[in-house]
Write a protein that binds this ligand. Structure first.
Ligand SMILES: [Zn+2]
Length: 266
């Protein structure tokens, strides 16, 4: 069973990395041209649907991120709890994706979130600067995305706003070990990372959240992503924010049309 689990997780890892690597470089994209992601052409393809691999970025109707001030927030009593079961990762991979600072969890890592009777393994987490989700004109200093991928490919992203205040020790370890060059991977460092140490301090496995259906916020902008945004921010220091900007700055997508979507909360 252990071998099956490792093989399974490897397949999931390859899939998850594919989001950042395979799709991201063909065609090449960056945040400056985000208004035209949908029109970027893959010139190696001749079939029309394949020529525009990021079309969903332009024509999708459930795109992320969104502006919380523009959305109706509905209180729903019967929403499933979101339970976060992150564990310490003893062999995390510090990864510069070419678009952001990222940590890939190791093969065999057991951290996951639970919604109802569904389990979503944590595959990677990464940072945007400034935040992608906004409240009217207000951006947060940065935003953390925990990306979970289930065995059938369904994706759940847990988002945490980041404000500038006290430093976060785990974030410093990540900054100090992320390779400078896009595509660079730093593994076998002997360091451990506890993803839970980047969660708001008062989030006790079953706190409140905002739930909205959306998409990946980078090409290919695939929809069907379940978004959970925590109401409490975490903090990093001014020096840490400056160090994050040294890797990537303005790697945030603009708020997208709601098209009738509402935010659910408890
Ligand atoms: Zn993200």
């Amino acid at each position: 069973m252990q071998i099956i689990r490792i093989v399974f997780i490897s397949v999931v890892m390859i899939f998850a990395l594919g989001i950042e690597t395979v799709f991201s470089e063909s065609p090449h994209w960056n945040h400056e041209v985000q208004a035209n992601w949908g029109g970027l052409e893959d010139t190696s393809q001749t079939e029309v649907p394949l020529m525009y691999p990021f079309a969903e970025c332009s024509i999708g109707k459930h795109q992320s991120p969104i502006d919380f001030a523009a959305a109706e927030i509905q209180n729903v009593g019967k929403l499933n709890e979101l339970r976060i079961w992150y564990d310490v990762d003893k062999a995390p991979v510090f990864f510069n994706s070419g678009h952001g600072v990222q940590v890939n969890t190791s093969i065999g890592y057991r951290g996951e979130v639970e919604v109802g009777d569904e389990l979503y393994p944590l595959i990677q987490f990464h940072f945007h600067e400034p935040s992608e989700h906004v409240v009217g004109n207000k951006n947060f200093a940065a935003e953390l995305h925990y990306v979970h991928v289930r065995s059938d490919g369904k994706i759940l992203v847990l988002a945490v706003a980041i404000e500038e205040d006290k430093e976060n020790a785990t974030f410093q370890t990540i900054l100090d070990n992320t390779p400078e060059d896009g595509g660079g991977r730093n593994e076998n460092t002997g360091l451990s990372i506890d993803p839970a140490s980047l969660l708001p301090a008062n989030y006790h496995h079953r706190g409140n959240f905002f739930r909205i259906s959306g998409s990946l916020t980078t090409p290919p902008c695939s929809e069907g992503v379940a978004w959970y945004v925590l109401p409490e921010p975490i903090t990093i220091s001014a020096a840490q924010l400056a160090q994050l900007k040294g890797f990537y700055t303005n790697n945030a997508r603009q708020a997208q049309d709601l098209n009738g979507r509402v935010i659910l909360t408890k």
